[in-house]
Design a protein around this ligand. Structure first.
Ligand code: C2E
Ligand code: MG
Ligand code: MG
Length: 636
């Protein structure tokens, strides 16, 4: 007992020493204060007694341990309160009954404490007498007092802080999950991919393996969304996401990029067969019908694949190239997959360049309209003019429409461009009427997208009313694909509706480039077409190629039977003209008569007189055309 008392006195001294150090520095600071204030320090006269008092009142646990056994030698009142034991009980308990540390064996705990002296605090769990547990941090000091070494331990309760930290961590993880996952499908999202793909590329680089990036885009999803509503569209996307996920291995990453686009990353590819298999599995999984809201929906997917390192070594390249290959898959009839090839990239770059300068062209008046006469094959009188769009590129000269119409269609630019041509043609007609007091009908080329998407009939009706023009003076030229091809469900019906409205207005309907597409009799009847324009490719070799001759004569005979008029396009020579007249063709158009010219050069077409061809040699015509249009177009 006497020894215990001694130990206690000694330990209290040790801890008191600890606290003294802090107090002493405070005293030093205090003493630096001005002289007159020193009088107020009378309580410091009890300086020797103060550390004991501070130790007794110190609000957090302070313990003194025997560094050899780890047993408690002394504890301050706060320690007794917190642990719930008397000092006598504490002195009998092994330290490891009171504290434990994660990952530290009980036998090693005191050793760990010794190691932790003067370093980072040691995190421990404190177990008090009532079995309550709390998280604490212990700061240890090895002190020499009266030639005896002790371990002074200051313990802080960090339970509340830990709890807050845990909650914050959970919140952070939740936010992190939300930020990196798509809320609709639960799949990782674009941000996740941006974080994951560079790591996957790095890994592939390190171990010399191949990595595949698959870019998926649902076919015709927009149609389902538009026709069945967004809710159904969302449910379909969820099912699609589940199906894609379930066809892939757990280590493959499946990401929803947004809308109906998904990306799959497959690591450690052994052969292209493995990619083919994966893409085939996805195509197969999605091709089975899906029941959404009681309706059976079918959707297919187009997939483009880019491989690291063959097709790109950065995330940007791999995504861009897989996207390019995906478009190629769509072009090839959808519901299939394509591996990227360098030639695709070249085409894409060209397409992007054309698209961006076309947007500028629209805004900065680089578009123009030229006119080419269509003549009566017998009398050579002008019966109509065809409006042909021209793009006067600031550095490439005239760019012909065949080089940019397809791009304009894909980019959705064909609608504003088509509106421009329509408006310009009507304005030119009004000007001609003012200047020459006469007019001939004008034929305008309309692409499928424009026919289905723009309010063509409404626009024509408004513009002709506004300018006091008879809509019968307008002809619309549609290609066979525009009216016949089923690009998207409902497209043919949309075209048919638009054509019916145009007919109601009295607009004349012509089928352009006839013979190159479906050449179906049934739609000619159903759509009540007024004119067929035989494609230039049949006219070109008409005189030398027997099969072209057979086709052209069959078209003319059929049209005559259906009371449809026929225009032959691209007549360049006298022999072609003679043959077509012999076959009973009604109208002719081609460089033999005139090449397309600007509106200001059209005066002679309104005189009502036959075109004088005597001065015009076809060879010259051809040369002119070559210089003015074809060569310039090629340079572009
Ligand atoms: P298209 O409607 O069949 O127009 C006839 C094309 O043949 C024109 O080419 C014309 O310049 C060319 N051509 C006429 N006679 C001859 C000839 O004797 N020999 C040769 N080698 N060519 C001749 P262009 O102007 O390059 O137009 C190409 C196509 O672009 C047009 O074919 C039409 O499908 C489309 N297009 C033109 N303007 C527009 C437009 O405003 N909107 C839309 N959507 N398409 C247009
Ligand atoms: Mg045409
Ligand atoms: Mg044509």
């Amino acid at each position: 007992m006497g020894q215990n008392v001694n130990q206690l006195a000694f330990a209290v001294g040790a801890l008191t020493g600890l606290l003294c150090a802090a107090i002493a520095s405070a005293v030093v600071l205090w003493r630096r204060r001005p002289r007159e204030e020193k009088r107020k320090q009378s309580w410091l006269e009890h300086y020797d007694a103060t550390p004991q008092a501070v130790f007794a009142q110190w609000p957090t646990t302070a313990l003194v341990l025997d560094p050899g056994t780890g047993s408690v030698v002394a504890a301050n009142p706060a320690a007794l309160r917190s642990l719930g034991y008397s000092i006598e009980e504490l002195q009998k308990l092994p330290f490891t009954d009171l504290f434990s540390a994660e990952g530290v064996d009980a036998t090693a705990l005191v050793g760990k404490l010794r190691e932790a002296t003067n370093r980072e605090p040691l995190e421990m769990r404190q177990r008090s007498k009532d079995a309550a547990q709390r998280n604490v941090e212990a700061t240890c000091y090895s002190l020499m007092l009266a030639e005896r070494q002790v371990l002074a331990v200051a313990v802080h309760d960090v339970s509340v802080r830990r709890e807050v930290e845990t909650q914050l961590l959970e919140k952070h993880q939740e936010l992190d999950h939300l930020a990196h996952h798509d809320h609709l499908t639960g799949l990782p999202n674009r941000l996740y991919l941006a974080a994951h793909l560079p790591d996957a590329i790095e890994e592939a680089k390190k171990n010399g393996s191949v990595l595949a990036v698959l870019f998926l885009d649902l076919d015709r999803f927009k149609h389902i969304n538009d026709s069945r509503g967004h809710e159904t569209g969302d449910k379909l996307l969820k099912t699609v996401a589940q199906r894609i996920r379930s066809t892939m291995r757990s280590e493959d990453v499946v990401v929803r990029m947004g809308g109906d686009e998904f990306v799959v990353v497959i690591k450690r590819i052994k052969s292209t067969d493995q990619v083919n298999d994966a893409a085939g599995r996805i195509n197969h999984a999605l091709s089975a019908p899906m029941v959404v809201d009681g309706r059976t929906l079918v959707t297919t997917v187009s997939i483009g694949v880019a491989l690291y390192p063959h097709d790109g070594i950065t995330m940007g390249e791999l995504l861009r190239h897989s996207d390019t290959a995906m478009y190629q898959a769509k072009d090839r009839g959808r519901n299939n997959f394509q591996l990227f090839s360098q030639s695709m990239d070249k085409r894409l770059k060209q397409r992007i360049a054309i698209e961006s300068s076309l947007r500028t062209a629209l805004q900065s008046n680089q578009l123009d309209v030229h006119y080419q006469p269509i003549v009566d094959i017998e009398t050579h009188k002008v019966v109509a003019l065809e409006a042909l769009m021209r793009w006067k590129h600031p550095s490439h000269g005239y760019v012909r429409p065949e080089r940019f119409v397809a791009v304009a269609e894909e980019a959705g630019l064909i609608v504003p461009i088509g509106d421009f041509v329509l408006q310009r043609a009507i304005e030119d007609m009004v000007r001609w009427r003012q200047m020459y007091g006469a007019l001939v009908p004008v034929a305008i080329n309309i692409s499928a997208v424009q026919l289905q998407r723009s309010n063509l009939a409404e626009n024509i009706s408004r513009l002709t009313k506004q300018h006091g023009l008879d809509p019968k003076l307008l002809q619309i030229e549609l290609t066979e694909s525009a009216v016949f091809e089923r690009r998207a469900p409902g497209a043919r019906e949309a075209s048919q509706d638009a054509v019916a409205k145009l007919r109601e207005l009295g607009v004349h309907i012509a089928i352009d480039d006839f013979g190159t597409g479906y050449s179906s009799l049934s739609y000619l009847k159903r759509w009540r077409v007024d004119t067929l324009k035989i494609d230039r490719s049949f006219v070109r070799d008409l005189v030398t190629d027997m099969s072209d001759l057979a086709i052209v004569s069959a078209i003319i005979a059929m049209a005559r039977h259906l009371h449809i008029e026929v225009v032959a396009e691209g007549i360049e020579g006298w022999q072609q003209l003679a043959k077509l007249r012999e076959l009973g063709c009604n109208y002719a158009q081609g460089y033999l008569f005139a090449r397309p010219v600007p509106a200001v050069d059209c005066a002679r077409y309104f005189a009502g007189t036959p075109l004088d061809l005597t001065q015009r040699l076809p060879v010259l015509d051809k040369l002119e055309a070559t210089q003015d249009e074809e060569q310039v177009a090629q340079r572009a």
